[in-house]
Write a protein that binds this ligand. Structure first.
Ligand code: ADP
Ligand code: MG
Length: 635
C-alpha cells in the first residue's frame, strides 16, 4: 500500500555491492522500523540523512528481506520540533514522467494554485446551472483536489468519485460534447443532394430477395430514407449485431441514391470484407442493370486506371477499401457514402471520404455501419455527431451459439470433436489469432495449424486462408468452403468481419485469451447463421490472467452483443472500445466514461443550453479542454 509516515533516522548505510545504494532506517521510537532505499542519490542528499533527523515520507510500502521498506519515497525533512504538518492538508501524488519529479511538479502546481484567477473569471458554466446540477464551483474543485483537507474521503479521491473531481470530469465531458455538437452543426449547415425517388428500384430488388426484411431492417431503412430525402447531410450510425443484416439495409439506401442519379461509395476496412460486399451487391444489382465498380489497394496499373476512370465518369456504385479515399480518386456525383465496420476507421478518415463528394456546395450523406454495438453512454458522447439507428432483431431461424472455454492441454480432444462434426457433415472454422502486427508471422502460424489439422483429420479436407494470399486465391478457398468441398477452414482473423457461410456451425478460436471481447464476439458471429445449432470452442493457454478469465466468462454466458459491449467498456475503457486511441478523438484526461456515465444526461442538458445561450463561454470551454484539436476537427 501507499502510505505517509513520520519517523526518525536510526541508521544510515551507503553500499556499493552491486550498484550504489543508500539505505536509511527510520523508526517511530517504539518498535517499528522502515527501510528507505535510494538507488539514485547525490552526496548532498546522502548527507541530509543523519541519525536523529525527522522525516516525513510518502511512498509504496512493501515487504523486503529485512522487514518493511520503501524504494525512492518522497520525503521532506521536518524541523526538530515541528509538529508534523499532517493536519494541514493531504499531499496529492501526481503522475510524473522522466525528468519531472514529484517535488518539482508539486511546487509548480502549488504556485499555479496561488495564481488561480478569481471565481468569476474562471467559471464558464453559468452559476445557475452549477446550482441546478449540484456542481462544485471550478475554483473550489481545483483547490480541493490539489490540497485535499486531512479529513477528505481518500477512498473517494482515489477512485475519482469525489464531487470536486466529478466537477472536473463534468466539465471535460461537457467540452467534448459541445465540440462534437458544434462540429455536427457545421456539417448540417452544408447542403446535400435530395435522394428521394419513387422507390421503384428498391421494390424490384426486394422482390428478388430470397427473404423478407425483418421489422427492424425495415424501420432503419425508413429512418435512412427520411434523412437522405432532405437537403442537409445525413450522419447516421446503424448498429446491428453480427448477422443482423446490415448489408441489405446499406443496399436499400444505395438504391435510393442510384435512383436519384447519384453515386454511392461503400468502404470496408478489409479487402476480404469489401470483396464480399462486392459479390453481394453484384449478385443483387446486376440483374437490375446496375453496374458495381471495384476499387481496392491491390489493384494495379491498367485495371486501376480504368476503374478510376469509370468512377470519374459516374459509375453508380463503387465498393472498396480505404483505396477509395486516396488521392486521384474523384467521383462525378457522389451522393452517399457508406462506411462498414466503423470502429476501424477514425473520424478523420470518415471526413476524408466525405470531402471527396464536395461538388460545388453539396456534400454527400453518410451512413456508418457497425457490428460493435456501442454502449449508449459512449454513443452519446463519442458519437454526438451522429444519429443512431439500431437493428435490434436478428433474422428468424438463428440459433444461439453454445460456447465453451477449453485449455490448450486438451487440444487433442478438440481436434477429435472436429473430426466427429465433419462426419456429421458440419463445417468448422479454426481461427489462429496471433496478435503480432506482422501479416507474415500470422500466416506462418496459420500454416502450422493447417499442417497439424491436415495431418490429424485425414478424413476431412482442410483449407487455409490468410492475409498474405492473393485475392483470387482467397476467393477460391472461400468458394470451396462455401460449397462444402472443404470441411475445415484454418484462418487468421481475416475472417473476423463479414464472412458468411451459413453451414459452418463449429468454430475453434486459438489463444482466445489474447483477444478482446469485441473481436471474440465478431469472430463467433461467423457461426450460428444457419438453422443447426452451433458451437464455439475458446482454446486458451493457461494460466489465465484475471482479465482474460472474465472475458472468457462473459463469452460463455451470453451471445448478446450489447451486453458484451457494456462489459467490454467496463473491462477495457472507452478509448480501446472505440478504437479511437490513435486518432486522439476521445482522449479524456479526467473523465472516465465507464465511471462517469451518470453525468452524461446533465452534460447534455447543460451543453444544449450553453450552445444556445452562452455561445462565447461554450467556445472558451472547448478551447480550454480541447484547444487546437477541436479546430482541426471542424476544419
Ligand atoms: P451483418 O449485419 O453482420 O453485416 P449480413 O448483412 O452479412 O449481416 O447478413 C447476414 C446474413 O443474413 C446474410 O446471409 C444475409 O443475406 C442474411 N439476411 C439478411 N437479412 C435477412 C433477413 N431479413 N432474413 C433472412 N436472412 C437475412
Ligand atoms: Mg457485415
Amino acid at each position: 500500500m501507499r502510505a505517509q509516515v513520520v519517523g526518525t533516522v536510526e541508521a544510515v548505510e551507503k553500499g556499493f555491492r552491486y550498484r550504489p545504494q543508500l539505505k536509511v532506517a527510520i523508526g517511530d521510537g517504539v518498535m517499528q522500523t522502515l527501510l528507505l532505499r535510494f538507488f539514485h542519490f547525490n552526496r548532498a542528499q546522502a548527507e541530509q540523512f543523519r541519525v536523529g533527523t525527522r522525516l516525513l515520507c510518502y511512498g509504496e510500502v512493501r515487504q523486503g528481506n529485512a522487514g518493511l521498506e520503501m524504494v525512492h519515497p518522497q520525503y521532506r525533512r521536518l524541523e526538530d520540533d515541528a509538529s508534523v504538518a499532517l493536519d494541514e492538508q493531504l499531499t496529492p501524488v501526481y503522475p510524473t514522467t522522466e525528468g519531472l519529479g514529484q517535488k518539482r511538479l508539486g511546487n509548480v502546481i502549488a504556485k499555479a494554485m496561488q495564481q488561480l484567477p478569481a471565481e468569476t473569471e474562471l467559471e464558464l458554466i453559468p452559476p445557475g446551472l452549477c446550482a441546478k446540477f449540484g456542481l462544485t464551483s471550478l475554483r473550489e474543485a481545483l483547490l480541493y483536489v490539489h490540497r485535499p483537507p486531512p479529513d477528505a474521503r481518500i477512498d473517494q479521491l482515489i477512485q475519482g468519485r469525489h464531487p470536486a473531481q466529478q466537477r472536473l470530469a463534468f466539465e471535460e465531458l461537457l467540452s467534448q460534447h459541445m465540440s462534437l455538437k458544434r462540429l455536427r452543426a457545421t456539417v448540417r449547415e452544408r447542403r446535400a443532394p435530395k435522394l428521394g425517388g419513387n422507390g421503384k428500384l428498391r421494390q424490384q430488388w426486394l422482390k428478388s430477395l430470397p427473404f423478407q426484411l425483418t421489422a427492424a431492417q425495415q424501420r432503419v431503412i425508413k429512418e435512412i430514407s427520411a434523412d437522405i430525402a432532405q437537403p442537409s447531410p445525413m450522419l447516421r450510425l446503424v448498429q446491428g449485431d453480427v448477422g443482423s443484416g446490415k448489408t441489405a439495409v446499406a443496399c436499400a439506401a444505395a438504391l435510393a441514391a442510384v435512383e436519384a442519379g447519384y453515386q454511392v461509395a461503400l468502404m470496408a476496412p478489409t479487402e476480404l470484407l469489401a470483396e464480399q460486399h462486392l459479390r453481394n451487391f453484384r449478385h443483387w444489382l446486376e440483374p437490375l442493370g446496375i453496374h458495381v465498380e471495384w476499387l481496392a489497394g491491390k489493384q494495379q496499373g491498367k485495371a486501376r486506371q480504368q476503374a478510376m476512370q469509370r468512377v470519374t465518369e459516374g459509375a453508380p456504385i463503387v465498393i472498396g477499401t480505404h483505396a477509395l479515399m486516396q488521392e486521384g480518386v474523384s467521383f462525378a456525383r457522389l451522393g452517399l457514402v457508406i462506411v462498414d465496420e466503423q470502429h476501424r476507421f477514425g473520424v478523420q478518415q470518415r471526413l476524408a471520404l466525405r470531402d471527396k463528394g464536395i461538388e460545388g456546395e453539396l456534400v454527400p450523406h453518410q451512413l456508418v455501419l457497425t457490428a460493435t454495438p456501442i454502449p449508449r453512454t459512449l454513443a452519446m458522447s463519442a458519437y454526438a455527431d451522429l444519429d443512431i439507428s439500431a437493428i435490434d432483431e436478428l433474422p428468424p431461424g438463428r440459433t444461439p451459439v453454445q460456447t465453451v472455454a477449453i485449455s490448450n492441454a486438451r487440444r487433442a480432444e478438440v481436434i477429435e470433436r472436429i473430426s466427429v462434426a465433419c462426419m456429421e457433415r458440419r463445417q468448422a472454422y479454426w481461427v489462429c489469432t496471433l496478435i503480432e502486427e506482422s501479416e507474415q508471422l500470422r500466416a506462418q502460424a496459420a500454416e502450422a495449424a493447417h499442417a497439424e489439422l491436415s495431418h490429424a483429420l485425414t478424413e476431412c479436407p482442410v483449407g487455409l486462408i490468410h492475409g498474405r494470399m492473393k485475392p483470387k486465391e482467397k476467393q477460391a478457398v472461400m468458394d470451396a468452403f462455401k460449397s462444402g468441398q472443404l470441411s475445415v477452414l484454418v484462418a487468421t482473423t481475416v475472417i473476423e468481419v463479414g464472412v458468411d457461410v451459413p453451414n459452418a456451425s463449429l468454430m475453434v478460436i486459438e489463444n482466445s485469451e489474447r483477444l478482446g471481447l469485441a473481436q471474440l464476439h465478431q469472430l463467433r458471429g461467423r457461426v450460428g447463421r444457419g438453422a443447426v445449432s452451433s458451437n464455439c470452442v475458446l482454446l486458451y493457454q493457461p494460466p489465465l490472467g484475471q482479465l482474460a478469465r472474465e472475458r472468457l466468462q462473459v463469452m460463455r454466458e451470453t451471445n448478446d452483443g450489447f451486453r458484451i459491449a457494456e462489459k467490454d467498456l467496463e473491462l477495457r475503457g472507452p478509448g480501446e472500445v472505440l478504437g479511437t486511441r490513435q486518432t486522439g478523438q476521445l482522449s479524456l484526461r479526467i473523465a472516465d466514461l465507464a465511471r462517469d456515465a451518470h453525468l452524461l444526461p446533465a452534460v447534455q442538458q447543460v451543453g444544449e443550453y450553453m450552445l444556445a445561450h452562452h455561445h462565447e463561454q461554450a467556445a472558451r470551454l472547448i478551447e480550454r479542454w480541447i484547444g487546437g484539436a477541436a479546430r482541426y476537427a471542424a476544419a
